[in-house]
Unconditional design. Structure first.
Length: 203
């Protein structure tokens, strides 16, 4: 499977009321505050999204970070678009991951009988089908990933896949949490930027 893509839009709650409030505060340039909050959204939303996804899924912070920032061959990326904090558009893409990203056990094949398992969701460890085995994904010393034979013959084999970062972001449990996290984060940045502008006005 190749990379998957997705988009979602997050709205800042009570945006119009907030703008009217800003316009009525002496020493505050509402347009400048909005621009600063937009810049904050673009630099911080990746961290906000990562934190929310990891509340539901058992993916490590480093794996989530690399997927959202586009680091590492084949990994994805999250972009923040939009000129106003009233509408923050998240655009993301990423390849389908393997059980190695979800606390796979064991991590390496053993001469003794073993059964590969993964914990995709928090607190939910599940065994992979019987017959799944671990093998190197590349050259010597590379990460071992699970494979499954496609027939009773030794070959062909296929690697076991799970889901992609876009699929995790679009999960019905994750989406409202992302909206809540971004709204909370932007509200705090809004308050921070207003206070800084007021301090400069007093100086």
């Amino acid at each position: 499977m190749g990379a998957t893509r997705g988009t979602s839009t997050c709205m800042l709650a009570n945006y119009e009321r907030l703008v009217k409030t800003l316009d009525n505060i002496a020493g505050v340039d509402a347009e400048k505050v909005i621009k600063k909050c937009t810049a904050d959204a673009k630099s911080r939303a990746g961290g906000w999204v990562s934190a929310v996804v990891r509340q539901v899924y058992n993916i490590s912070p480093s794996d989530m970070k690399s997927a959202l920032e586009g680091k590492g061959r084949g990994n994805g990326q999250l972009k923040i678009e939009g000129n106003l904090v009233e509408s923050v558009v998240l655009t993301y893409k990423g390849r389908v991951l393997t059980p190695t990203h979800f606390k796979m056990q064991p991590k390496e094949r053993s001469p003794k009988p073993y059964r590969v398992s993964q914990a995709v969701f928090k607190g939910q460890r599940k065994k992979l089908p019987a017959g799944v085995f671990l093998a190197s994904s590349g050259g010597e010393g590379s990460t071992q990933i699970p494979f499954q034979r496609e027939s009773s013959e030794r070959y062909p084999i296929k690697s076991i896949k799970t889901l992609s970062v876009p699929q995790m972001i679009e999960n019905e449990k994750v989406q409202p949490l992302i909206q809540e996290k971004i709204d909370e984060g932007l509200s705090k940045r809004l308050e921070h930027n207003v206070n800084r502008m007021l301090e400069k006005a007093k100086a």
